[in-house]
Design a protein around this ligand. Sequence first.
Ligand code: FES
Length: 96
Amino acid sequence: MSEHVRDRKTISVVICMGSSCFARGNNRNIELLQSFADRPDPAVRVEPRGHLCEGLCRSGPNIVIDGRLHHEVDPVALAGLLNQATGGPAGPGGAA
Ligand code: FES
């Protein structure tokens, strides 16, 4: 493993895969996360994972980024949160 790859920052993203959050926007958020995770940026790696409903459906779509829970996350908000977490432009094409 090269020094450069070992030093890259990893952003943990846990997305609620429960039916309510999924229908309210996490279906679209998953696509954004996947494209972000596939971005060829050696400095940042996004690790998306999913979990089942945790009973917070009313405030969904819910997403946890680096251990912090975010509510009512639409794709625009998610791009901004990822931008914040990575310190760079969100999304595969740059600015969101
Ligand atoms: S479906 Fe996400 S908290 Fe219930």
